[in-house]
Design a protein. Structure first.
Lengths: 292, 319
């Protein structure tokens, strides 16, 4: 037995150590930021904080909550995330369902597939997209953040492949019982596909929450920055030129502990959904990779 | 666009030629209706911008629009190869993305093999939970964290280097070569866990009887790994490797945009960030579009080639 040999045992000890250190490396940066956010201002400036708060205080979080620009961005992010996910899921559920029909039953299926797949292979790029949003008068509206990303072809194909694994007998039985197309979708496909739907919904939520670039280019009005864009311009790049912020808030924003607190709050929703996400996404990924 | 198909009764002309088609439509129109929202979004936000690419051949002025702007032919594409700056940007993109692709391929494979040797399921699951996490955090968050960690003035990394090894503080994000290093390493750090999922699935699918047979033949664990586990992973490795070909011009916009600064433009500026600055900061819309189109066309060809290869060697299909 290989695992009884002294050589393998020595390797195993080192391997365990190495893997544990490696995995800790993945969260230590986040721990450090958390520690800084709970530390006193002077301790953070003196660079003595490592992984545990020094002079524990909630001051930075209080200052963050007192900043109306931050709260506004946070709420706008919640709004865009919920609206964007609802629309995006609706679009891909309907399209994925229709495209899950067999080629024989749905002759135009292949044409549609190529039509959608092409959008993944080639795109107009930054400038034409920006000019389009300008010409559609979507600048400064929530639709600029929600509509262009509403069709995720990748997720649509993932869902379609999942629908295709549902045994045809289920659908036939429902047809005989007199169920229509929509009834079959809502009574069979959706309940059966809960794990896949959960995975894709969580991915979409995370995608919207993390999305910052569209806010940066499509929102001229900085009051409509979603949180990710607010963090990008104001907290990370420290670019106050476009923002009208009172001097007190500005001073707070450049304070290291406050920055850390805001970065952590930006990451918090992801950390909260992560346990649910992890439950499903491994299956989802493998499903997407292995096709019939 | 779909209205003609959706309401065939409204068009009594050419009934005979369309009759077979219409018969099919009578059955399938609800399906077309279900796809309609997706079609509208694809046309509006994916196909219309492609038409907008004509501005790469114009001297586009926003107040003149597509129809009145002057046509300039391939002038912007010539400029792309004449400017030292844009040629440098193409090189930077290639260097950074190739480093990312090569390291990003090997690291997850090696670590999946090592993780496979961790036998305790609890520890294994704990490690997986931690290494998948960074994938879900955005580069805004991670950029903010990295800038703080790597700061020359008391960032924790430089503090450790000084305290433990007596090394002078390194200007990680202000020196071009170090910047490239940080970009590649931090990208691997963020993504290796997530990339492992697919390899771990392949390893889990290996028939245990193969290991037993190898054991009987006296194979060591290393020999088992090389002769049983790796061959089982090979098909998926081939697919992942070939599909990466399409990313050769993607050096990672989000990451570089959040980490770079004018000090490292010479070695860290890539096509996507260059396009952004040309368009949004300099207002050079047509030139930026031309650079973007150059990238899109090459990427498109590479993606098609990579899909063909993946299909040929790994039996991979997109749908």
């Amino acid at each position: 037995m290989y695992y009884k040999s002294p050589g393998y045992r020595a390797f195993s000890i080192f391997n365990h150590l190495f893997m544990i250190i490696l995995s800790l490396l993945c969260i230590l940066p986040l721990m450090h930021v958390l520690a800084v956010s709970f530390s006193g201002k002077s301790a953070a400036t003196a660079n003595i904080v490592n992984l545990w708060p020094v002079d524990f205080t909630l001051e930075s979080y209080e200052k963050t909550i007192d900043n109306p620009a931050f709260i506004r961005a946070l709420l706008y992010s919640v709004y865009r995330t919920l609206l964007g996910t609802a629309i995006g899921m609706g679009v891909i559920i309907f399209a994925g369902y229709a495209l899950s029909k067999r080629n024989a039953a749905f002759k135009s299926r292949n044409v549609y597939m190529w039509f959608f797949v092409f959008t993944m292979l080639f795109s107009g790029g930054l400038v034409p997209g920006y000019i389009l949003i300008t010409n559609l008068n979507l600048i400064n509206t929530i639709w600029a953040l929600v509509l262009p990303s509403a069709l995720s072809v990748y997720n649509m194909i993932l869902l379609m492949n999942f629908f295709r694994t549902i045994p045809a007998e289920l659908e036939e039985a429902a047809l005989i019982d007199g169920a229509g197309l929509f009834r079959i979708l809502f009574s069979i496909h959706l309940p059966v596909s809960m794990p896949a739907l959960a995975t894709i919904t969580l991915f979409t939520l995370v995608g919207h929450w993390n999305s910052w670039f569209d806010g940066l280019i499509y929102m001229m009005d900085t009051k409509k920055y979603p949180l990710a864009t607010f963090l990008q311009t104001v907290v990370v790049q420290q670019d106050f030129s476009k923002m009208s912020i009172n001097p007190q808030d500005m001073e707070n924003l450049s304070q290291r502990t406050v920055k850390a607190a805001q970065i952590f709050i930006g990451a918090l929703p992801i950390l909260l959904v992560y346990p649910f996400l992890q439950k499903y996404f491994v299956k989802g990924i493998v499903l997407g990779a292995v096709k019939e | 666009m779909k209205s003609g198909i959706l309401a065939p009764a409204a068009r009594p002309v050419a009934v005979k030629a369309e009759s077979k088609w219409r018969k099919g439509l009578k059955k399938t129109w609800p399906l077309h209706l279900l796809i309609l929202p997706a079609t509208v979004i694809a046309v509006l936000f994916h196909y219309l911008p492609i038409i907008g690419l004509v501005m790469a051949f114009q001297d586009y002025k926003p107040w003149l629009g597509f129809f009145k702007s002057e046509w300039v032919g391939l002038q912007h594409f010539e400029a792309l190869f004449l400017f030292d700056e844009s040629v440098q940007v193409i090189w930077n993109t290639l260097i950074i993305s190739v480093l990312k692709i090569v390291c990003g391929l090997f690291v997850p494979i090696v670590i999946s093999l090592l993780l496979n040797e961790v036998r305790k399921n609890g520890i294994k699951r704990g490690i997986q939970t931690l290494v998948y996490l960074p994938h879900f955090l955005s580069w805004v968050i991670l950029g903010g964290i990295l800038i703080d960690l790597l700061s020359v003035k008391g960032g924790i990394v430089n503090r450790m280097l000084t305290d433990w090894f007596g090394i002078q503080p390194i200007f990680f994000l202000g020196d071009g070569d170090w910047f490239r290093f940080v970009v590649v390493v931090s990208d691997i750090w963020k993504e290796f866990g997530f990339a492992m999922i697919i390899y771990l699935a392949a390893i889990a699918g290996v028939n245990p009887a193969l290991y037993e047979a190898a054991e009987v033949d006296g194979a060591t664990r290393l020999q088992q790994t090389i002769n049983v586990t790796l061959p089982a992973m090979m098909p998926i490795i081939v697919v992942v490797a070939t599909l990466q070909l399409g990313n050769v011009l993607n050096a990672g916009f989000d990451q570089i945009f959040n980490l770079y600064n004018p000090l490292v433009y010479a070695k860290g500026d890539v096509i996507d960030t260059f396009v952004y600055r040309s368009a949004m900061l300099n207002g050079d819309f047509s030139f930026a579009t031309a650079v973007g189109l150059f990238k899109s066309v090459i990427s498109f060809v590479l993606i098609i080639v990579s899909y063909r290869l993946a299909y040929r060697f790994g039996n991979y299909r997109i749908f």
